[in-house]
Design a protein around this ligand. Sequence first.
Ligand code: SF4
Ligand code: FES
Length: 261
Amino acid sequence: MTERTIKVEVKRQSGPDAKAFTETFEIPYRPNMNITSLLGEIALNPRAINGAESTPITYDSNCLEEICGSCAMLINGKAMMACSALVDKLLGAVEHGQKPDLSKTITLAPLSKFPVVRDLAVDRSVLFENLKAVKAWVPIDGTYDLGAAPRQHPQIQEERYPLSNCISCTICMEVCPQFNDVTGFVGAATIAQTKLFNMDPAGSVLKEERLRALAGDGGIQECGFAQNCVQACPKQLPLTEAISDIGRDVFIQQVKDFFTH
Ligand code: SF4
Ligand code: FES
């Protein structure tokens, strides 16, 4: 019996300034693989489909359970997490027990809006710079015991909890038409974290600074309400709601500043 195989086409690049090229691999099919295990399979025997010796593919990965946010990439052209993207499903087996279509080829490419480090690994530090710009943290002095944190109303907790699920994967930025060099838009994740920390009883001390940081170029007014972010977010953050809430707060802050400065 001939071995059942999967074809995988990978966009590769040996370094930030190197020319990109495509390499196709053929690996043994096993049921219930995800893209991370498929990449591991290639690493076991990195040989292109024409028999030429190759190298293992570089990609970021850590938790393997959609928590660390590091493994985002373009899978069949769509921004997804490699650890939760199931090979059988990508090959058309939508229902459990359905046979995958092994004549299909899976394509893998790095996220397109971030500088490539190597192969599928990209530099996503822009998100962390944006989070720093809005001070996405609770400013506490951790050098001595501050006692219990301020109490939060359960309704506030419920509103904040989904926002705290952000895994910094940058998929919302990748799919946003406004996230580009021209607008310098911070992207939905940063706005959602602004709302999360502004609603924190201790974090709200920096509320005005956060809102002012989102008032200028690249801030909230760059959002074009395409709503791609909310559809693509793997953790289902209520991004459009956060954007409209923060949009309103930024406007109120601008009016206040106009009359007081
Ligand atoms: S908001 Fe969603 S898509 Fe954006 S970085 Fe956070 S988890 Fe990823
Ligand atoms: S490996 Fe952590 S989210 Fe995929």
